[in-house]
Structures are given as C-alpha cells and as structure tokens.
Design a binder for this molecule. Structure first.
Ligand code: SAH
Ligand code: SF4
Ligand code: F3S
Length: 442
C-alpha cells in the first residue's frame, strides 16, 4: 500500500489545490493517512506571502526529517516551491519533489518518476496553458465547496510574490465551471465559494466570453445551491454590475472582500495598486447604496516602505469612513523578486508593530459597534457544526459573520442526527468583536 500525508499552509486557493492534489493521489492508488509516521510520501503545500510563512516551511521540514524522516519521500508543493525552485534541494537535501501549482496537472507523471526512484523531480514551469482540472477533487467540507475560476495574477503589486509563485492569469471556461457547480449541487453541496487571486478579472476563454458578473449571476441560478461566495476582489477591476447581481439574487451572499492595503493614495501608488483612495471609496459607495446590506471586509498592510505617520493616519481615517465589518492586517514583509525591494526607507519592526496595534484597536471598536447593532434582529444561519465546549451550534450568516446559537428543541447532536448543513432563523442575543451569539427562533 502506498500512503501519503499532506499539510497545507496559506490561502484558500492553496487549501483547494490540496483537495485536488489529494484527489489525484487517491486516484493514483495512494491512501491518505492522518499521522505523518505512517506515510511513505510526505507533502507540504506551502505559502510564501510573508517571510514568516516561508520560514515555517523549512523549520517544519527539518523538524519532521529529524524525528520521522527515515525511508520517507518528501515533496514541497505550492508557492515556496515555485519561488525557491531547485534551491530547495540544497536547503533541504532530503526533499525529492519540488512543484508549483501551475504544474499540478502533471502530478501523476511526477509521482511515476518518484516511484521509479528519481530523487530530484521538479514541476516548475509557469508558462503552462492549462489550469489544474481534475475530476478527482477530495473536498474537506461536506456542505461548502471551493471552485477555482481563475489561476495566477497579472497585477504587479510592489510587495507581492503571487505573480511569481502562481504565474499569469488563466481563466477556466464558463461551461466547465457551471458543470462543476451543477455536479456539486447534485452531490448535495449547498454553498459554493468561487476562488481566484483576482476574481474580478475573470474572462471566459470560450466564445461566450463572460465576465465575472455574468458568471456570478449564472452561479446564483443553479438549482440546489443556497449560497455563493467569492474571493478575492481587486478594487481596480471591481465593477458595479457585481453589486447589481448581488442586489438581484439573495443566493449571492451579502459580502464583498475588497482589499484596500492602504488609505493613502501616495502609498497606493508606490504599491502599484492602480487605484486611488477616491477610486476605492467610489466602489465602497456602490456597495453601501445597494438595496441589500452588504458586509465589507478588507486587507491592510502597515509599514510599507516610506509610509509616513501622516500616510498611516490616512489608513486610520479610511477605517473610520468605511466602517469595515472585519479586516485582515499585516506588517509589510520584504519578499524576494518583488519591486518593493528596491524602495528605500524601510520601517522598523517596532514601528510596524506600533502601527498594527493602533489599527487593530481601532478596528476592534468598530466591530464591537457594528456587531452590537445587530442584537435583536433575526438572521439566517447556515449551520456548520456543533461546539461541545460551549454547547452552541456553529453558524454563519450570509454576511459571513460567525453566529453561534442555542437551539432549545435540539440542544446538541443526538443519535447521529445533527443540524449541520441546514439553514435556520436565529435571533441575535449577544455581540462580541468577532462573532455573534443567538437563539433559534421559529
Ligand atoms: N490577491 C489578493 C491578495 C492575496 S495575498 C488581493 O489582491 O487582494 C493576501 C494579502 O496578503 C494581501 O491582500 C496583502 O494584504 C497581504 N500581503 C501580500 N503580500 C504581503 C507582504 N509582502 N507583506 C505583508 N502583507 C502582504
Ligand atoms: Fe498580489 Fe496584487 Fe496580485 Fe493580489 S492583485 S495577488 S496583491 S499582485
Ligand atoms: Fe500564500 Fe501562495 Fe496563497 S503565497 S497566500 S499560498 S497564493
């Protein structure tokens, strides 16, 4: 029996890639094991978005090699693999496979080479035309399924490794995407999440030539699919039709993740983000003027090279103005190959930490205010599971807020019966900065 163990770092695209990698391995006769010690083949699907993520990979690899390495074959997949390429064989000589996401369609051939005893197998070409299409995807979540609609990224944000680690944009055809979504609906999936580094630049390569808004509308019409989400949107390519589509069809969730990175137009220019603060705010205005109450979330980087105190304060004033429902925040991290390396005036770690803390405290207050305003209302929660420790069902609203709740008639799972996978009306009774609590209502 051939066995493998896989660990995944990074974004949802990486998580979904791993699902496809697992599907491919299983169809090639491998069995997935949960314990690394039991595996013949050990795979790391890696992320290199920030330096810390990359360091973690080599730390883990060395640790596992030391503890359980005997007779095992190691493979590094994903963004660090693509970025470091064959240098990985030098940094971690026990690694036998190095492959980036653009070559996973050749994974089966690479496995054959590994089985033949080749100890330097690579898949590093970025000029691949084909996306990773496989009928063998093993999905982790029984209700919510990811679908990659576009791979790669054609932008060149000055801080970002993704264009180097995932190559140029390749969109999948609308036919294939809709077929995949319909199959998922038939299999009982209720929620679909469309993935891409920039879903807004989706361009159907088939003669139909659909743009993202058209694809989104079609996804919202599939029988059996109750919720459709998408991530990530790039402000430059975010068009009003997307808001119109959400307005017209409640299946399309009330949530837009629109990463801004900075509230300062001068920083945005140095970041090569291709929009100004005003351009961004115009898009926020479309979203806020929608008939439906659409949640807005974002990503922020503090301490980009040369970011002055005044520029940082513009980010704070943007937070105050937009009133985000939630945000991810990062300290700028220098990445190999990126244009920002050439910029001067790097900000010290202490200063980045200080800015991050101020930003986080401010956002925490905003979230407490926004979430508290929801107390008393009734929301539809999609039930994801049950939390034994708190005695609450775990739910999520269309706005993507965690809404954990008690159910008087069904206080916990029993005799194998569960509420997971159902949609229930829940009255919000309490609010914290990051989640809501509630009680089931009829
Ligand atoms: N394609 C998405 C972003 C993918 S990376 C987009 O354009 O929004 C996710 C987030 O990581 C980015 O939005 C950014 O906030 C952060 N990030 C990317 N590179 C970074 C770096 N070098 N240092 C710190 N944060 C970074
Ligand atoms: Fe990176 Fe910018 Fe592309 Fe997003 S749009 S993946 S931040 S280069
Ligand atoms: Fe990381 Fe690659 Fe995703 S760098 S964030 S895993 S695209």
């Amino acid at each position: 029996m051939k066995t493998f163990y896989i660990e995944t770092f990074g974004c949802q695209m990486n998580a979904h890639d791993s699902e496809k990698v697992i599907g491919t391995l299983v169809s090639d006769g491998y069995t997935q094991v949960e314990q690394l010690e039991q595996a013949d083949l050990i795979l790391y699907n890696t992320c290199s978005i920030r330096d810390k993520a990359e360091q973690k990979v080599f730390h883990r690899l060395n640790q596992f090699k030391k503890e359980h390495g005997k007779g095992k074959v190691f493979g590094v997949l994903g963004c660090v693999a693509q970025q470091e390429g064959e240098r990985i064989f030098e940094r971690a000589p026990f690694v036998s496979l190095v492959a980036g996401s653009a070559s996973y369609s050749k994974l089966s051939q690479m496995l054959v080479q590994l089985e033949a005893g080749n100890r330097r197998v690579t898949g590093l070409s970025l000029d691949t035309e084909d996306a990773f299409e496989t009928p063998f995807t093993r999905r982790d979540n029984p209700h919510r399924a990811y679908i990659t609609i576009i791979e790669g990224c054609d932008k060149s944000c000055a801080y970002c490794v993704v264009p180097f680690t995932r190559g140029p944009e390749r969109s999948r055809t609308s036919d294939k995407l809709l077929e995949e979504a319909r199959d998922l609906a038939r299999m009982g999936y209720l929620e679909i999440q469309l993935l891409g580094q920039n879903v807004n630049s989706y361009r159907d390569p088939s003669p139909a030539g659909w743009d993202f808004a058209r694809l989104l509308r079609a996804m919202g019409e599939i029988d059996g699919i109750r919720r459709v989400r998408f991530t990530t949107s790039h402000p430059r390519d975010f068009v009003k039709e997307i808001v119109d589509a959400i307005d017209e069809n409640p299946v399309l969730c009330n949530h837009v993740h629109l990463p801004v990175q900075s509230g300062s137009s001068s920083v945005l220019e140095r970041m090569q983000r291709l929009y100004t603060r005003d351009d961004y705010l115009r898009r926020i205005d479309w979203i806020k003027k929608a008939r439906r109450n659409i949640a807005i979330t974002t990503d922020i980087i503090v301490g980009f090279p040369g970011e002055t105190e005044a520029e940082f304060e513009e980010t704070l004033s943007l937070l105050e103005e937009v009133q985000y429902d939630s945000l991810f925040n990062f300290k700028y991290s220098r990445r190999p190959n990126t244009p920002a390396l050439a910029l001067e005036d790097h900000i010290s770690e202490e200063e980045k930490t200080r800015r991050l803390t101020i930003l986080q405290e401010m956002q925490r207050d905003i979230q407490i205010r926004r979430n508290s305003a929801l107390v008393g209302i009734v929301e539809e929660a999609f039930v994801e599971g049950y939390n034994q420790a708190t005695g609450q069902w775990i739910g999520r609203t269309t706005q993507n807020r965690p809404l954990n709740f008690i159910h008087p008639e069904f206080p916990s799972p029993r005799d194998g019966a569960t509420l997971a996978g159902t949609y229930l009306s829940v009255r919000v009774t309490r609010a914290g900065p990051n989640s809501l609590a509630g009680e089931r209502v009829n």
